[in-house]
Design a protein around this ligand. Structure first.
Ligand code: SF4
Ligand code: SF4
Length: 454
């Protein structure tokens, strides 16, 4: 087995981390996931990492959490399990290395949960392992560096980052022909973007602003990003850091007091900002968080605009976090069917969508991480490089399945609604030399939306 993380492991620190995480995070849902697996292995096929080796099948990866939890909370684990080696209280060095490797072979895409006859979310069990790994200091250094900057807000002290954001505001202004209203309180819509989106697809943010302007919406934009890809802590297992960032985001949303927070990302930040943030902070928001496809489908159905059709075969890649974890499946289809009579579904779609292998940002494209690192002046060390190389291997393996599906229906355009999916699928299209091109849906719609009288 390859080992993704090559850092030294402090077993005493790991032991404390196991105790802290297992004792504080366990609840009836996790106990159900621990106890109900019938070992049928149905989850194997849907996991984007099974192609890297069957040791990465969901049931196998989650087994470490099962054994740690059983050893503490079940009579079987505390007695017979330990005697026969079926439940572990702590981990030996090789097992700790395995845990550190497994956590970065899960994008929390949710595929395993949808195929499991017992509806077990192995991703949730692996997330606990990620929290253990983080607390024990076993984490790709580049991610830790990025998260530290995000939590401390020091990313905003970096001139290059300010230039990117201010450049985006200027370009939006040039596109709509007027200055952009920033941080305007009580606007109907807050157009939300992370720094990451501003970096990887500024055109999508600009075109979204163009659509809002065309539709005459009362909207505002942020004078500075609320984080790099907030909260990074969610995907690296730092629950405390993620709460700090979520508090900041929630306070800003509350202060602006929009009716809708509209985001173009259908990555992990969508279910996080829509549901999880409010659950964790125990607050009831006065606003609704919506993906741009939800907002556009609603306005289209209410007759606010028409869509000029394309005469092309198009398809839709459902981002895992938007569809499986976020429940947004129909709204993009309202738009896609209006956009082309030749809209075709991928063989696996909706809740059965195959992960692009990025999991909406849980494991981002290596080139993006390299760019972010460069921007903040961080030099990747050998362990970071090894980690990113391993990611490329997984991207290629998972991407092959995605490209095989795309090639079955041969669309000219693959549309999606997440920056990470766009990047990952774009990478696979280039790598496997497929004929299709991938776009964020807004990139296409912005030029085909026709508002009456305009
Ligand atoms: S599909 Fe569910 S029950 Fe079957 S092995 Fe996987 S986790 Fe266990
Ligand atoms: S959540 Fe996705 S990546 Fe993680 S184990 Fe399940 S199928 Fe695999």
């Amino acid at each position: 087995m390859s080992t993704t993380i090559t850092q030294q492991i402090d077993l005493e620190k790991l032991k404390q981390a196991i105790d802290e995480v297992v004792y504080t995070q366990i609840d009836s849902t996790i106990l159900y996931y621990v106890q109900s697996c019938v070992n049928c292995k149905a989850c194997e096929a849907g996991c984007p990492f099974s192609a890297d080796g069957l040791e990465y099948s969901p049931v196998n990866k989650a087994e470490i959490t099962r054994q740690l939890v059983r050893a503490r909370f079940t009579v079987w684990g505390m007695t017979i399990g330990r005697v026969i080696g079926g439940a572990k209280k702590y981990l030996k060095l090789d097992e700790a290395q395995t845990l550190a490797d497994y956590v970065w072979h899960c994008t929390d895409c949710g595929s395993c949960m949808f195929v499991c006859p017992m509806a077990i979310d192995s991703g949730a069990l692996i997330e606990l392992m990620k929290q253990i790994s983080f607390k024990a200091g076993i984490i790709p250094k580049v991610y830790k560096e990025l998260e530290d900057l995000e939590v401390s807000e020091k990313y905003w002290d970096i001139k290059e980052i300010q230039d990117i954001w201010n450049g985006l505001i200027n370009k939006i202004g040039e596109t709509i022909g007027k200055s952009v209203q920033l941080d305007k309180k009580n606007s109907e819509i807050l157009l939300y973007s992370s720094l990451y989106e501003a970096l990887v697809y500024p055109d999508v943010i600009i075109k979204t602003a163009k659509i809002l302007d065309m539709l005459g919406k009362d909207w505002t934009f942020m004078s500075k990003p609320l984080g790099i890809r907030p909260p990074i802590g969610i995907v690296i297992g730092d629950s405390e850091g993620s709460v700090e960032v979520m508090k900041r985001i929630y306070e800003y949303f509350k202060e602006i007091n929009p009716k809708y927070v509209i985001m173009t990302s259908g990555g992990y930040d969508y279910p996080t900002l829509r549901y999880r943030m409010h659950e964790i902070l125990k607050v009831k928001p006065n606003y609704e968080v919506a993906h741009i496809t939800e907002a556009l489908a609603k306005w289209y159905e209410e007759g606010e605009f028409e869509i000029e059709q394309l005469d092309e075969v198009i398809t839709w890649h459902d981002p895992c976090q938007l569809s499986k974890r976020g429940g947004v499946i129909e709204p993009p289809r309202v738009l896609l069917k209006a956009l082309s009579k030749k809209f075709k579904e991928l063989p696996n779609h909706g809740v059965n969508t195959l992960c692009c292998s990025g999991g909406g940002g849980s494991c981002s494209l290596p080139s993006t991480i390299e760019n972010l690192a460069k921007m903040i002046g961080y030099t990747l060390d050998e362990s970071d490089k090894k980690f990113l190389e391993d990611r490329v291997k997984s991207l290629k393996n998972a991407g092959k399945k995605k490209i095989e599906e795309i090639n079955k229906i041969k669309p000219q355009k693959v549309l999606t609604g997440c920056p990470v999916c766009k990047e990952s699928i774009g990478f696979s299209i280039d790598y496997y030399k497929a004929d299709s091109k991938v776009y964020h849906i807004v990139e296409i719609l912005a030029d085909r939306i026709k508002v009456k009288g305009k």
